[in-house]
Design a protein around this ligand. Sequence first.
Ligand code: AHM
Ligand code: MG
Length: 337
Amino acid sequence: MAQRTLARYLTEEHRNKGRIPADLKFLIEVVSRACQAISIAIGKGGLGGVLGEAGSDNVQGEAQKKLDVLSNEILLEANEWGGHLAAMASEEMDLPHLVPNRFPKGEYLLTFDPLDGSSNIDVNVSIGTIFSVLKSPEGADLSTAAAAEQAFLQPGTAQVAAGYAVYGPTTLLVLTVGDGVAVFTLDREQGQFILTQEHVQIPADTKEFAINMSNQRFWETPVKRYVDEMVAGKTGPLGKDYNMRWVASMVADVHRIMTRGGIFMYPMDSKMQAQGGKLRLMYEANPMAFLVEQAGGAATTGRERILDIVPDRLHQRVPVILGSRNEVDRVTGYHGN
Ligand code: AHM
Ligand code: MG
């Protein structure tokens, strides 16, 4: 049987299922090409002079790596000319990036974490790109970058597409357009993403959890209780032995869950209270929550469904608990929900 490329998958979603308009199909293809370019840059590593610090801080006050900056530029440049976007917002930029006046504007908004897992870049461990697509509200004020922020403040339920690329031993693109989750593998010789899995399903139960255990003393009681119960193993209240994995790249940890189930938590902790959590709603939590729900899993903050949160600012942070449904329900229940 002929290989199904990403282009073909998107064409079928457009033509046969009427699910995505042509503009959205084009947008996703452009994002996928940017991810290929990022994958090539990452692959060069020390030979390409792309490792190490950029010498600047981003809006979150975090030191930027050269690849953070480069990936951001690749995504901006790839997407600004196509006529499908109204504006973009990135974890690495204070304000939205408007489409320059020399290019036509479209109706979509794109948000991204250009290179997730920055602490893993220099140690040759999997990293990724996360993206989300929204529609620009009718009549949105896009006259200045500051005014444009308002257009992005939509709940995750409004996303029309979301995905991530994981740059691991192979480069994968994992995508949803609201019709389940599909996985594409980059064929480096062809320079194309080829469909390798469709209808991804996260098992409802799991024996694997992912959390940064070094923050244990800062967690709230419900998460402490849940992790204690998992660590207690077979003779504990949950009656099974659990295994722990923590790559510290959200894309890699979420991809493991997409592949074989599990629960991922970056919960609220007392260090992060003032800022609302560690992970960013628009660039990390929402796209991952959309993908996980589309694969039959669940995603909450412990207190509410992530996709229901109405953002009050672009760089908002939230606690994240996602993955196998029964486990997410259990720990969410411990929060009194
Ligand atoms: P980044 O976007 O700056 O890379 O930060 C987000 C990352 C996630 O990928 C990962 O889940 C988490 O931060 C790792 O945190 P920690 O350093 O506490 O292990
Ligand atoms: Mg990130």
